[in-house]
Design a protein around this ligand. Structure first.
Ligand code: AMP
Length: 411
């Protein structure tokens, strides 16, 4: 079954087409047929990049008023007589659509087929994810317009994997009615990624969910850690919004919330302005004053840039503390898994995080660690490490395609 996987941002749209079915899932032989990225939707100069798997990229720039036009352009490309994708010649060859959907609140503990009720519930969660959910809803509406009401569409939520967290993990220590009246609680994000890499680890090791205690470290521009006990998320570092937790590219992560009012007062600006700084101008970028890009920071630190070095030290120190706290939460762990742009490639970051953890049984092998880059799926811990350390590339699109297939095919 050919699944179109859509990841819709406020002015961007990423897609993949994945051919999957029960047999392909079983054998891990799902086929990515094509992918693409459209940026600057809503402008006269939207950038479109499309690629058939294994072939050169096709790029163009054109005006695109909205997400509907963006999806129409994907369809035009897919069905163009010059585009030859195995098994796709018309709109009918796309059998279902899977949408990455950021916030499902407490309502969705798994992926669901989209209908009017689901759309209404995703709308209800807009207040909790004001940047993401409206964009996801635009993607759903635009896909229905282009493909017609009859094509099955499925929502796969970033938050769903974390709905297994117990109250003691997801409640904040604030008046209880904030939770009951306003839904203030930890929801967690990157759930599809944490779910995928923990599943891959179990598959590679031939283990059942019940046999594992895993800490997954998704480290990209956004970063989150997750404690997965018996296959279930029992705690995660992102919170009510993706701001809490680890230090990130531009987000501060954990901090004393009273600094918001304090700095707003000092700078004579509103709390909203400081809040914006904490989201968009903090983290690696804010501390270094240079960039949110880990590679560039490492290069600058090598040249002796002091604040770049401080930012790197903070990043590793804070990540290390999450590993320690999740080891405490689960009374140990069998494996730590790194994923995301930094987790998959940043061997220096991985080394800095794991160094000095021998007391809790974690020791990486420097040679293996240096080899784990560019999509490698491998163990990087030493033979004497009690806890295994792995690098496993994430593949959120694959989970979305598989969930979509399963839901659409269920009798
Ligand atoms: P993502 O959001 O998952 O695409 O990850 C983006 C982050 O991954 C950026 O901070 C990049 O600098 C970082 N990254 C990508 N490649 C490398 C690399 N080879 N070494 C260190 N960090 C990297």
């Amino acid at each position: 079954m050919n699944i179109l996987v859509l990841n819709t941002g406020s002015s961007s749209l990423k897609f993949q087409i994945i051919d999957t079915d029960y047999e392909k899932i079983e054998k891990s032989e799902d086929k990515q047929l094509a992918k693409g990225l459209i940026e600057r939707i809503g402008s006269d100069k939207a950038d479109l990049t499309f690629q058939i798997t294994g072939q050169d990229k096709y790029k163009k720039t054109m005006p695109l008023a909205d997400h509907k036009q963006a999806i129409d352009e994907i369809v035009n490309w897919l069905t163009d007589s010059n585009t030859h994708i195995d098994g796709i010649s018309s709109l009918k060859d796309i059998h279902a659509i899977g949408h990455r959907t950021v916030h499902g609140g407490e309502k969705f503990s798994s992926s669901v087929r989209i209908d009017e009720n689901v759309v209404a519930m995703v709308e209800e969660c807009v207040g909790l994810a004001p940047l993401h959910n409206p964009a996801n809803l635009k993607g759903i509406a635009a896909a229905s317009e282009t493909f017609g009401k009859d094509i099955p569409q499925v929502a796969v939520f970033d938050t769903a994997f974390h709905t297994t967290m117990p109250e003691k993990a997801y409640l904040y220590a604030v008046p209880y009615n904030y939770y009951t009246d306003y839904k203030v609680r930890k929801y967690g994000f990157h759930g599809t990624s944490h779910r995928f890499v923990s599943y891959r680890y179990r598959t590679l090791k031939g283990l059942t969910p019940e046999q594992t205690k895993i800490i997954t470290m998704h480290m990209g521009n956004g970063c989150s850690a997750c404690a997965i006990d018996h296959g279930k998320s029992i705690d995660t570092s992102m919170g009510m919004t993706p701001l809490e937790g680890m230090m990130m590219g531009t987000r501060a992560g954990d901090l004393d919330s009273s600094l918001i009012e304090y700095v707003a007062h000092k700078e004579n600006v509103s709390c909203e302005e400081i809040f914006n700084v904490i989201n968009k101008k903090s983290g690696l970028f804010g501390v270094s004053g240079l960039t949110n890009d880990m590679r560039d920071l490492e290069a600058e630190a090598q040249k002796g840039h002091k604040r770049a070095q401080i930012a790197l030290d903070m990043f590793a120190y804070r990540a290390k503390k999450y590993i320690g706290s999740y080891m405490a939460a689960m009374n140990g762990a069998d494996a730590i898994i790194f994923t995301g742009g930094i987790g998959e490639n940043g061997f220096e970051a991985r080394a800095n995080i794991c160094n000095g953890l021998t007391a809790i049984g974690i020791e990486i092998d420097p040679e293996l660690n240096a080899k784990a880059i560019r999509g490698a799926e491998m163990k990087i811990s030493s033979s004497t490490s009690k806890v295994e350390v792995w690098v496993i590339p994430t593949n959120e699109e694959l989970i979305i395609a598989r969930d979509t297939f399963r839901i659409v095919s269920a009798k």
